[in-house]
Design a protein around this ligand. Structure first.
Ligand code: RB5
Length: 149
């Protein structure tokens, strides 16, 4: 199950991505927003992040105008590795090297075609499982533990 969410700046792209997921029969949970009315990206970023860290969803997709604010918010939730990607190479590396569990996109940055290519790459690429990458991810977890309030 994929958790998907956006603010108003990412709403239109969220709907395009949902159509793609429907066409591929990939299950998802839409955590909002549900119109172009202004909302705070931080609220939606945390909703999607929690859906992933709870185990309810194995991946998340978050979208705001640039993808920046919503990725910053999601990355505050321990266990979240949200990657803001602007091309499919970044999406592939985000999974292979960083084992990212949330993809962040900019609805005002990307065209629909490129965004869908990024989404497909992110979903389809596995983590490389190589020790050096796992070690680096483990170090991120240690940083989270050191700074946990
Ligand atoms: C909303 O206008 C915009 O600031 C938001 O979508 C996002 O781009 C923030 O990072």
């Amino acid at each position: 199950m994929i958790a998907i969410g956006s603010d108003h700046g990412g709403y239109e792209l969220k709907e395009v991505i949902k159509s793609y997921l429907d066409s591929e029969k990939i299950p998802y949970k839409d955590l909002g927003t549900y119109s172009v009315e202004s909302v705070d990206y931080s609220d939606i970023g945390v909703l999607v992040a929690k859906a992933v860290t709870s185990g309810e969803c194995h991946l998340g997709i978050i979208i705001c105008g640039t993808g920046i604010g919503i990725s910053i918010a999601a990355n505050k939730v321990p266990g979240i590795r949200a990657a803001l990607c602007t091309d499919s190479y970044m999406a592939r590396m985000a999974k292979e090297h960083n084992n990212a569990n949330v993809l962040a996109l900019g609805g005002r940055v990307l065209g629909a075609g490129l965004a869908l290519e990024i989404v497909k790459t992110f979903i389809d690429t596995p983590f490389s499982q190589e020790n050096r990458h796992q070690n680096r991810i483990d170090k991120i977890k240690t940083i989270e533990e050191q700074y946990r309030g």
